[in-house]
Design a protein. Structure first.
Length: 167
């Protein structure tokens, strides 16, 4: 009896694995994310406030398509300042015709390089439709006083005379 139950469990497991493989096989339902072709999208941005606060990290979003465009997004994980920009970018995506499906996209926001006193646009690397890397040079808040050669204090100027005589 024990041998029969072990065989039955193995048969059930085999059938479950076989069903899972046939569901993910090409041509058997929804396409694999790697088979989807993004034909239009807006340029991803690094949100200015997140950039100034030096917030980085991954944002994972489940995307639902109707066969041509994104119809829904659901954030799985990620910082609030970053997820809004990622979701807005996803809403601009247009696809080559395909069957309606859903998949997960990861936006990776990170800093690289040395701090600059000027704004440099981010470097964006696309591994569509599953990964978007946005790498930004850290922004340095520039203080004009530290950039300009320091001048003497105003009280040491020739036109400022401090007198102790009373009038």
């Amino acid at each position: 009896m024990r041998r029969v139950s072990t065989i039955a469990i193995l048969v059930v497991l085999f059938l479950a694995v076989a069903a899972g493989q046939s569901a993910s096989a090409p041509g058997s339902g929804s396409p694999r994310p790697a088979d989807l072709k993004v034909i239009h999208m807006d340029d991803p941005i690094y949100p200015p406030l997140a950039r100034q606060a030096r917030i980085s990290g991954d944002v994972r979003i489940r995307v639902t398509t109707d066969g041509l465009a994104v119809t829904g997004t659901s954030v799985i994980e990620g910082h609030a300042m970053l997820k809004t920009a990622a979701e807005e970018n996803l809403r601009s995506w247009k696809f080559a015709p395909h069957e309606a499906t859903s998949f997960v996209v990861t936006f990776r926001y990170k800093f690289s390089g040395e701090e600059k006193c000027e704004f440099l646009p981010p470097v964006v690397t696309l591994h569509l439709p599953q990964e978007v890397d946005i790498v930004q040079a850290p922004e340095w808040t520039c203080d004009p006083v530290s950039v300009i050669t320091r001048k003497k204090h105003w009280w040491s100027r020739p036109w400022f005379h401090h007198s102790t005589q009373s009038l």
